[in-house]
Design a protein around this ligand. Structure first.
Ligand SMILES: Nc1ncnc2c1ncn2[C@@H]1O[C@H](COP(=O)(O)OP(=O)(O)O)[C@@H](O)[C@H]1O
Ligand SMILES: [Mg+2]
Length: 431
């Protein structure tokens, strides 16, 4: 079977790499891919937003399964259009993707389903939101733009002054355009964050082993927010009991609530959790694999990804044998370009990729890379590589990943040095 992966980041490289290992897969196409997917799969020059061209390509090239990496095409309805053309697709419908596409929808669904989440209020008027902030006690809150804002629409505020400024940026200055037509103001929670991803066909839920991302740019969780500077899986910050509890009290009621409101969810349901001293609470849902969580998760997953996607599409996940995992932990370290996250220096030739590829249990997933005219791999984005390694323990996986990082260089390359260290400071729910 030929398969099509939509997207061009590290997540999509990992998905393409994993699909390529399936004995049932012939060709893996990636739209539009990067230098890594150009060597592990076949890139096609179609933008993720050009859904008509993607449909045409899928038909002409006998694509039997399309896997959507990023949220934007899902929220735009790509899965519905493919399904209407009888093209099997892995990813939720437009209506189900609202779970990520609208934080107001998500919060209301969580409230209705009695799923633990931060207390909140929603506003469609910036003045009312400001009045609300001024009327109540001056406490730490989080202000969020309703719609997709590429990870920039959330303001974690220390108090009223910050919060009012956030409301005005979102609601009055329209910093995120229409995504700011509604605003969520919620209670600020404390604790460690963890990512629990599950595959669901709308009835059966297969919970994946938990992962932890590192959103801040610098060591010790300092500096600005980024798309994610590294991740590892499994994470011990969530105990087995907490994972079981999360399944029962968070994932199951969410999938049921989606079914009840006639938006059955098929695809990857990703719960971003805060582990508070009252237990795990949902910060948000994403409707696709996380990037970079996808890289360590898929490195460890032994079950054929195509089988998972097909069972999801056909609504028969209940008949899929239990997922198989490599017991070894995996750590992914993101190597970024100079200037990221504000801007990114581009076009530098990346050296040392061949040497890194020779290390055992290491895979260098590409994100912001492309081939130049001389067929050299050059940087072309902020997050450039996701250097991923497995080891007998988290510490050894970390060591293996950083050994590979040391071999790779380009001017201005940098990374966090502490990816996975939170596994060893187990103080979930403290502070
Ligand atoms: N209620 C909250 N309390 C404390 N921190 C929060 C809260 N909501 C979000 N955050 C922080 O902001 C980050 C981004 O928020 P999130 O809801 O995941 O939005 P997005 O990923 O769409 O930007 C979270 O990873 C978390 O660090
Ligand atoms: Mg998030």
């Amino acid at each position: 079977m030929n398969v099509l992966v939509i997207g061009s980041g590290g997540r999509e490289h990992a998905i393409a790499w994993k699909l390529k290992q399936s004995s049932r897969v012939d060709r893996v196409f990636v739209a539009s891919g990067n230098a890594g997917t150009a060597s592990d799969a076949e890139n096609i020059p179609i933008a993720v937003t050009d859904i008509d061209a993607l449909v045409k390509f899928a038909k002409e090239n006998h694509v039997g399964m399309t896997i959507v990496g990023p949220e934007v095409p899902l929220v735009a309805g790509l899965a519905d259009i493919f399904a209407a053309e009888n093209l099997p697709v892995f990813g939720p419908s437009k209506e189900a993707a609202e779970l990520e596409g609208s934080k107001v929808f998500c919060k209301n669904l969580l409230r209705q389903g009695l799923v633990p989440t931060a207390d909140f209020q929603t506003f469609s008027d910036a003045e009312q939101a400001v009045a609300y902030l001024e009327d109540r006690e001056d406490v730490p809150v989080v202000v969020k733009a309703d719609g997709l804002a590429a990870g920039k629409g959330v303001y974690v505020c220390d108090g009223r002054e910050d919060a009012v400024r956030a409301v005005l940026e979102i609601g009055q200055d329209k910093k995120f355009g229409e995504a700011g037509n509604q605003i969520v103001i919620e209670e600020r929670l404390n604790g460690q964050e963890a990512s629990v991803l599950a595959i669901t066909d709308g009835r059966t839920i297969l919970t994946l082993e938990p992962a932890q991302d590192h959103k801040r740019a610098y060591d010790g969780d300092l500096g600005p927010n980024t798309g994610g500077m590294g991740a590892y899986c499994p994470t011990p910050v969530l105990t087995d009991e907490q994972l079981y509890w999360t399944n029962e009290h968070i994932l199951v009621p969410t999938v049921h609530a989606m079914k009840r409101c006639r938006r059955p969810f098929r695809g990857v349901l990703y719960a971003g959790l805060m582990l508070t001293h009252q237990g795990p609470k949902v910060l948000e849902y994403n409707v696709r694999f996380g990037d970079p969580e996808c890289q360590p998760i898929l490195m460890r997953l032994k079950t054929d990804l195509l089988d998972i996607c097909e069972s999801t599409w056909e609504g028969r996940l209940d008949r899929l044998p239990p997922l198989e995992w490599d017991p070894r932990p995996a750590v992914c370290v993101v190597m970024a370009a100079d200037g990221y996250p504000e801007s990114a220096r581009k076009g530098d030739v990346i050296r040392g990729l061949d040497e890194a590829a020779k290390l055992p249990n290491v895979k260098v997933f590409h994100a912001g890379t492309k081939l130049n005219e001389a067929h050299e791999v050059v940087t072309s984005g902020g997050r450039v590589l996701g250097v991923t390694a497995m080891g007998e323990s988290i510490a050894l996986a970390k060591q293996a990943a950083y050994s590979a990082v040391k071999l790779i260089r380009w001017p201005g390359a940098w990374c966090r040095k502490d990816i996975s260290d939170k596994a060893f400071q187990k103080s979930s729910g403290s502070k």
